[in-house]
Design a protein. Structure first.
Length: 397
């Protein structure tokens, strides 16, 4: 028998346990969970067990709910958002083999100890590559980017065809297909409506980047701010709604599709109420927001309204790594006492699954030890497959 303690122990459902522990037992060659409970009660109930020191968390593996693996060859480029976007555009133009970049991304994600991701996919080749990956689950979101309303019908029919094709390639226990609307201003209103309708009709997970910068707010309010210069002729048809980006998405019916809303830094309380009413999940990318000077995600306001928050790394262009564990610790440093470690772990695990439209996992008695992770600041900390399980074997002899 073995007890591993952690600041937070979470079985995947309900409220995480502060100062918790997982109790492991060996049955023949398999090491399984006996219980996840408070550290104190575990030590009392199993006085003969080997007790390992405390780590940060014990939980089902956390999810990286938002990334762009095809940008994994882009140099890390901190600065302002307005400087970053042209760099992404230039990088993509020069990128001859996006699959090679996505491969690097997959390796990085796996090396960081994550197997469930939400990835934004631009190219056909990367989509096919991801749907064929083993050992990786989650959603590959086909990105739609077309601000010209006269092209809405054409792009919609093309997207619908591609989605059908990709869904036919889906395999059990691998990545599934979703759609990403790039943002509320880089996709025209008719296309936003059509695609969100398609998402409902075909039960497709949907993600949108929303309210990432203060410039986005100004652009939606009255067409001012840095966006007219940033996007130039591309957004020549833009007519500001006078609303917030969230208010605009609510007004035109997109929130009815319950999209997962990524970033959500510049929101007011009415926006948060709207999001909560619609039942949307929000993805927080703390390092990307900090590195691109986007501002501070108002987590306390989302918490006040009970919104489900997930965690994402965004791309290697705007973040130092693809480790969601490092992202969680960055969030902890950023939000301090306003968000508890319990809420952070629940967000990274349950929130992450919700963001991708997946059923959150639950670990309990009899489950194999591979169903959970013991993790700290930089990632999974214990190789339970070797050291720890051998140790349990010795104890049982
Ligand atoms: Zn993104």
């Amino acid at each position: 028998m073995m007890i591993i303690g952690a600041e937070v122990a979470y079985n995947g459902l309900g409220t995480p346990q502060p100062n918790g522990a997982v109790v492991l037992q060996r049955r023949k060659s398999q090491v399984t969970v006996l219980s996840i409970e408070s550290y104190g009660s575990a030590v009392k109930a199993f006085p003969d067990a080997v007790v390992l020191g405390k780590d940060f968390a014990i939980s089902p593996p956390p999810v990286n709910a938002h990334t762009h693996l095809d940008l994994s060859k882009m140099p890390y480029s901190p600065g302002s958002y307005e400087e970053f976007i042209p760099q992404v555009v230039r990088h993509r133009r020069r990128l001859t083999d996006p699959v090679e970049a996505a491969k690097i991304g997959v390796e990085r994600v796996k090396a960081a100890g994550t197997t469930v991701i939400g990835d934004i996919v631009k190219s056909d080749s990367v989509m096919r590559f991801l749907l064929n990956q083993t050992g990786l689950r989650g959603v590959a979101y086909l990105e739609v980017f077309e601000p010209d309303p006269t092209l809405a019908k054409k792009v919609f029919f093309e997207t619908e065809e591609r989605i059908k094709e990709y869904q036919a390639l889906e395999k059990p226990s691998c990545m599934q297909v979703g759609i990403s609307l790039h943002s509320p201003h880089t996709v025209s209103e008719p296309l936003l409506k059509e695609i969100s309708g398609l998402s409902v009709q075909r039960n497709l997970p949907l993600q949108i980047h929303v309210s990432e910068t203060s410039g986005e707010i100004a652009f939606h309010k009255d067409g001012t701010g840095p966006f007219p210069e940033l996007y130039g002729d591309l957004l020549r048809n833009w007519k500001p709604s006078g609303l917030t980006p969230v208010g605009y998405l609510a007004k035109i019916g997109v929130l009815k599709a319950r999209p997962t809303l990524v970033h959500m830094v510049h929101v007011n309380e009415a926006d948060v109420r709207e999001v909560q009413r619609a039942g949307c999940t929000v993805v927080h990318c703390p390092r990307s927001n900090a590195n691109l000077n986007c501002g501070r995600f108002p987590w306390a306001m989302f918490a006040k309204h009970g919104t489900t928050v997930a965690i994402g790394t965004d791309s290697l262009g705007s973040s130092q790594s693809l480790s969601v564990y490092e992202e969680v610790h960055e969030a902890m440093a950023l939000h301090g006492n306003s968000i508890s470690p319990l809420a952070l772990v629940r967000s990274a695990v349950k929130g992450g699954h919700r963001a991708l439209g997946l059923r959150p996992p639950k670990v309990g008695r009899g489950d194999d030890q591979t169903q959970f992770q013991v993790w700290g600041r930089r990632g999974p900390n214990l190789d339970l497959g070797i050291g720890v399980t051998d140790n349990i074997g010795e104890i049982d002899k």
